[in-house]
Structures are given as structure tokens and as C-alpha cells.
Design a protein around this ligand. Structure first.
Ligand code: ZN
Ligand code: ZN
Length: 261
């Protein structure tokens, strides 16, 4: 099947090294149907991505690469917005004044601190750290601002030995409530394969959460590599897609992505 990589970053994001052309060439080499370059949109001054994105320069690259690669690759416009309850008004304002094919919502910061940093874990019990993350995730979905929900259990990569290994069953009530809200609001979960780069053998969210999503009535998923360099494009896609399909989940293709956004 032809796959779409709906999550990657170019040099229009503060933390990526890949040029637009390199991302396109990697995608063509892998045999993808299309890509969406989802640059970071951050509203917190504490975030290194704050005020980094330049819409005009991004759209110029989109136009140029569609002309250069458009016969071999579909290229959608998109962003990955860092959701923070404190900045809902700014997010709404941004999304109402900028149009994209694809808008992904992700949680990266809680209380202005990057959730995977040791600083976030410092002084927080495991319970506090995780519950704040699930609460913010639920708020993001309830906001209705995002059709697509990025790396749902990203918090499992928190660098804290004190917290031990992540077991999703420990947070079953919170995760169930989140998944039910995703389904109820018609949002779609992302299966983010960047977790494979962090030694996991499963995407974000993991297989257990994806199975729960399916059992609760979830149908659709989008796939994203979260590539920040060309070699990370579509990382683990064929294996991950196979497993998602075996679970009975439907992976959004280009037609579904453009008609549903
Ligand atoms: Zn992210
Ligand atoms: Zn990302």
C-alpha cells in the first residue's frame, strides 16, 4: 500500500536539520504516496520554537517543491501546534488566520517546562507528572482545535529513573477517557514512529493503547515519523502499517487526508 508520512520537520522548525528537498527525496526513495511537513508552532516564550515559524517562507518551499516533485509525491501543508491551555486564544487566532491541509495537536510543555526534560520530573511525583500530562491531553482534545492528535503517550519517554517503566494499564481510566473523547469528537490518532528511534518496539502511542482505541470504537489512524533529518523519514513505516492493519485500524491515505481536513 502507498503510505503517507504526516509528521516531519524541515529547517522551518527550530530543531530540524532537513531541507524541504531532502525530505521530499527521502520520501520518494522510500516509495511514499505523500508527505506533510508539519512545522512546529509554539506560543510559549519558554519554548525554543517560539516565534520561529515564517509562513511565507514555508509556503514558498511548498510551492517550489510541488513543482519539482509533484509528479512523484503529494505534498500537503501542515503544522504541529504545541497545545497549552494557557495559549488557547493565541492558537485559535493562528489557526483562523492561517490555512493548512493538516493540523496536528501535540503536548510538549506543562507549566512551561518540556515534559521529557529532567526538570519536569524534578520535584514531581510520578502520579503528578503523568496526571498533569493526561489532563492537558484531554483538554487539547476537548478544545476541538485539532483533527489529528500527535504522539499520545509521548510522556512515556520522560527521563526519570525514579518513575520506572511506562505501563499504560497504570493510567487506564485517564487513557480510556482520552480515547473516548477522541472517538466522540471525530479526531484521529497519530501512530508516531519516532518512538522506534528511542529504543521502543512500538510507536507513540504503543500497541496496548492502539488496541484499546480500536476496542472502544476507534477506526482511523495517521502515520507520522516525526523526522527531523532526511534519514528519519518513514522510519519503520511498513512494519508499523502492517501491524496497524492487522489490528483492524484504517490508515488514512492522501484522499482521506485532503477530504477530511
Ligand atoms: Zn511533537
Ligand atoms: Zn514533531
Amino acid at each position: 500500500m502507498k503510505l503517507f508520512d504526516c509528521h516531519m520537520h524541515s529547517t522551518h522548525s527550530f530543531d530540524a536539520t532537513a531541507t524541504f528537498d531532502e525530505l521530499c527525496e527521502s520520501a520518494i526513495e522510500y516509495g511514499l504516496q505523500g508527505i506533510c511537513v508539519t512545522e512546529h508552532i509554539d506560543f510559549d516564550e519558554a519554548d525554543p520554537g517560539y516565534n520561529f515559524f515564517r509562513h511565507d517562507a514555508y509556503m514558498a518551499d511548498i510551492k517550489r517543491c510541488r513543482e519539482k516533485y509533484g509528479d512523484r509525491l503529494e505534498i500537503l501543508t501542515g503544522v504541529e501546534v504545541t497545545y497549552q491551555t494557557e495559549f488557547v486564544d493565541e492558537i485559535k487566532d493562528f489557526l483562523s488566520t492561517h490555512k493548512f491541509d493538516y493540523v496536528l495537536g501535540s503536548i510538549h510543555l506543562i507549566d512551561h517546562i518540556f515534559v521529557l526534560s529532567p526538570r519536569y520530573a524534578k520535584g514531581r511525583s510520578k502520579e503528578d507528572a503523568y496526571k498533569a500530562y493526561w489532563k492537558e491531553t484531554l483538554a487539547m482534545i476537548e478544545s476541538g482545535l485539532f483533527k489529528y492528535i500527535g504522539h499520545l503517550d509521548y510522556i512515556k519517554s520522560i527521563r526519570s529513573q525514579a518513575y520506572g517503566r511506562f505501563e499504560f494499564e497504570e493510567w487506564l481510566p485517564e487513557i480510556t477517557e482520552i480515547l473516548e473523547k477522541v472517538i466522540e469528537t471525530g479526531a484521529i490518532l497519530e501512530a508516531n514512529t519516532s518512538a522506534l528511534r528511542r529504543t521502543y518496539k512500538e510507536p507513540y502511542p504503543g500497541w496496548g493503547i492502539l488496541e484499546l482505541y480500536k476496542s472502544l470504537g476507534g477506526t482511523y489512524v495517521v502515520m507520522g515519523s516525526d523526522a527531523h533529518s532526511p534519514s528519519q523519514v518513514a522510519l519503520g513505516f511498513r512494519e508499523t502499517a502492517k501491524r496497524l492493519q492487522e489490528m483492524g485500524l484504517v490508515i488514512c491515505d492522501g484522499t482521506m487526508l485532503t477530504s477530511s481536513s
